[in-house]
Design a protein around this ligand. Structure first.
Ligand code: GTP
Ligand code: MG
Length: 708
């Protein structure tokens, strides 16, 4: 029988890499008897990190789905990678989760990874709680971790527990919600419940009172009850906390040690009792407005949040049932591809293991295989439903690299394989750039791209090399110039003749027409690569017939597309054709097109040409102690610092830098800061390249032309 919506909990584990998410999930599986033996990350035996590459690297790379039965409920658990190279997995998992469990490492407190995932938790407004893990570590410091949580996340931080003996030998947690003390056996697992000792009663009671107040705050009836009685019953307390958690008004804090298997049972109990079911969450948003409530009695709508291809199986689709109930054999319609998909089999997953399910209620997470042509971000539902579930917005790429196969003949195969990965991983963008004459991968970080290379090699036997990507420069002019060109050819039969006089000027919006020329027509062309070409036809007295105007314009455009300096596109230029000559027999479109190209090329060179380069906005989040190094490094990258400020106990630096200086920035930043910094970048504008660099670039282009 399908688990009813109200008995489902969808949990995502988030946190800095190495905080212990994958290990903690192992304890959840073990404690709920989904496992008979706990695996470890070191041995590559965890349920969650089941792919070869994760086993080899000892880190999560893909999100993975597990589930356990805990008391009344089915808890679906999604593990996510902590490295920001795989942030796409965090974003897609948060899309379908109803509660976020954020792990914090007790020996390092709030880390950059904590900050980063928080941004997405806020965006999705997901109810969240914290677990301070690794309390068994000799350097565990619960008080500092809690202080950091409070200073970063404010008064919403609400400790439920505290450890009595953090560090080596850790085995005791005081629980201020239940007002008991948990003492764990050496091998972990189920703790003994003991009375809180006299010496701790004061502190525990104080914490308990804060919990009661937080619970009462969100419900008038509870508030009254609290004022009248001075306390709440356990049930009332649970009710108040349920409301507060669902509304993200509290961020409860728990204690754990994953490797000693301590704490996960109590946390699952809390998720069971207090965390919202999918039916308690606000209705799902639809694309461009509209909502869909989690209701099993309505039409069936599912949403694919993740696709992973598995050897021998093909595409495995992970989905959430947003409404209705899904039965094996159901046929659902994909509006994007205008085709029907038959869901032959449905599965529950525990990492790589899958069990057959007959039916899923609204809100549940499941897996199916062998869909014909449906991918991540697709909705499947009744035909003619009009709107799909709102898509996941994946973060913009942060780094780029050019790729090529060892032999040119394998290019097609490589690009096809990369497109296959792009279908699974929307944070990868594969671009075949005719302008740069390169295949460019845009990704989240060097690790992200390295893993793609590794996957192609291992699973498909396809090799690829990384190369420095070219930069898409632009060319423009900074002065005006007049010039002319005569094209004349007399060989054999009919000759060719065209003469064109051109004025070339830098163009800017709102520019006045030339006062010394008689403008007959104006053509403003928005260029596909940005910027404009304004083409003025100023011929008086018929020195060139108007019918040749298009041919001249075409000639100009041809050179604009492959500029005179470095072969890069030109922009923001006004040309005026003000005189010329034609021949009654030898003039034709071809001749004028050629003359147009040539006159543009020579006039351009007279008009103080300027190479422009793409400039990116950078936002770097780093811990205070590495800030000096980050700033120093930026200085070597021709960056302009725009500002800096504290964000929690991290520093945010805003800067602008040329793309040409950001090659492999993600790896550079990582090694510069030992992973204590993260960055994002977005294109801002084109700016003039410094004269010295322009000279080098022009020379190396000339060199390339000579070699070609
Ligand atoms: N001492 C101690 N070590 C722990 C604990 N939890 C995890 N570890 C260790 O920390 C390391 C990282 O654990 P993982 O479970 O892989 O951490 P993660 O958060 O899944 O890391 P990513 O997948 O990279 O995001 C492993 O070596 C674990 O054995 C803990 O409670 N105490
Ligand atoms: Mg992990």
């Amino acid at each position: 029988m399908a688990t009813p919506s109200k008995n489902i909990r969808n949990i995502v584990l988030l946190g800095h890499s190495g905080s212990g998410k994958t290990t903690f999930i192992e304890t959840m599986l073990f404690e709920s008897q989904a496992l008979t033996r706990m695996g470890t990350v070191e041995e590559g035996t965890t349920t969650s990190d089941f792919t070869n590459i994760e086993k080899e690297k000892g880190n999560s790379i893909f999100s993975s789905l597990m589930h356990v039965k805990w008391r009344d409920n089915k808890i679906n658990i999604i593990d996510t990678p902590g490295s920001d190279d795989f942030v796409g997995e965090v974003v897609s998992s948060l899309k379908v989760a109803d509660t976020a469990v954020l792990l914090v490492n007790a020996k390092s407190g709030v880390e950059v990874g904590t900050e980063l995932v928080w941004e997405y938790v806020e965006k999705y407004q997901t109810p969240a709680l914290f677990v301070v893990n690794q309390l068994d570590h000799e350097k565990a410091d619960f008080a500092t971790s809690l202080d950091q949580l409070k200073s970063r996340f404010g008064s919403r931080i609400l400790p439920i527990q505290y450890p009595l003996n953090a560090g080596t030998g850790f085995n005791t947690i005081v629980d201020a919600l239940r007002m008991v003390m948990y003492v764990f056996p050496e091998e972990g697992g189920k703790p003994k419940k003991e009375d809180i000792p006299e010496s701790e009663i004061g502190r525990a009671q104080e914490m308990h009172n804060l919990l009661v107040e937080a619970a009462a705050e969100n419900d008038e009836a509870l508030m009254e009850q609290f004022f009248e009685q001075g306390s709440l019953t356990e049930e009332e307390l649970a009710k108040g906390l349920r409301i507060a958690l669902a509304q993200q008004e509290i961020l409860p804090v728990f204690c754990a040690s994953a490797t000693s298997n301590m704490g996960s049972g109590r946390i699952m109990g809390f998720l069971n009792d207090i965390a919202p079911s999918p039916a308690d969450r606000p209705p799902a948003k639809l694309e461009n407005d509209g909502e869909l409530a989690c209701d099993s009695t309505k039409d069936t709508n599912i949403f694919i949040y993740k696709t992973l291809s598995e050897p021998r199986v093909g595409n495995v689709s992970y989905f959430k049932v947003y409404s209705g109930s899904l039965k094996a054999g159901d046929e659902l319609y994909n509006e994007r591809t205008s085709s029907t998909e038959r869901i032959n089999q449905i599965f529950f997953a525990n990492g790589k293991n899958r069990d057959h399910a007959e039916q899923l209620s609204a809100g549940d997470l499941g897996v199916c295989v062998k869909l014909k042509d449906s991918h991540t971000n697709d909705s499947l539902g009744p035909k003619g439903r009009g709107k799909d579930i709102e898509k996941i917005h994946f973060p913009e790429p942060r780094i780029r690299a050019a790729v090529s196969p060892p032999s040119k003949a394998d290019m097609e195969k490589l690009v096809k394989a990369l497109h296959g990965i792009q279908n699974e991983d929307p944070t990868l963008i594969v671009e075949q750039s005719p302008e740069l004459r390169q295949t460019i991968l845009h990704g989240q970080g060097q690790l992200h791209l390295d893993i793609i290379k590794y996957r192609l090699q291992k699973t498909q036997n396809i090799e690829m090399n990384f190369e420095k990507p070219r930069i898409s420069y632009r060319e423009t002019i900074t002065a005006s110039a007049n010039d002319s060109y005569r094209h004349k050819k007399q060989s054999g039969g009919s000759g060719q003749f065209a003469e064109v006089y051109m004025r070339i000027e830098p163009y800017h919006d709102g520019m006045a027409p030339p006062d010394d020329l008689n403008v007959r027509s104006t053509d403003e062309i928005e260029l596909p690569w940005g910027g404009k070409l304004v083409f003025l036809w100023c011929i008086v007295g018929g020195s060139i017939d108007t019918k040749f105007s298009n041919a001249i314009k075409k000639g100009v455009m041809q050179k604009m597309e492959e500029g005179p300096l470095t072969g890069s596109p030109c922009l923001d230029i006004r040309v005026a054709i003000y005189d010329g000559k034609m021949h009654p027999v030898d003039s034709n479109d071809m001749a004028f097109q050629l003359a147009g190209t040539m006159v543009f090329k020579i006039a351009f060179q007279q008009a103080r040409p300027q190479l422009m380069e793409p400039i990116y906005d950078l936002e770097i989040l780093c811990s205070g102690e590495v800030m000096g190094d980050v700033m120093g490094d930026l200085q070597t990258r021709r960056a302009m610092i725009l500002g800096m400020g504290a964000e929690g106990h991290y520093q945010k630096i805003k800067a602008k830098a040329p793309l040409a200086e950001l090659y492999q920035y993600s790896s550079a930043l990582r090694s510069l800061t030992q992973g204590r910094a993260k960055f994002t970048r977005t294109f801002n504008e084109y700016q003039a390249v410094p004269a010295e660099i322009q000279k080098q670039l022009v020379e190396s282009h000339q060199e390339e032309l000579r070699e070609a």
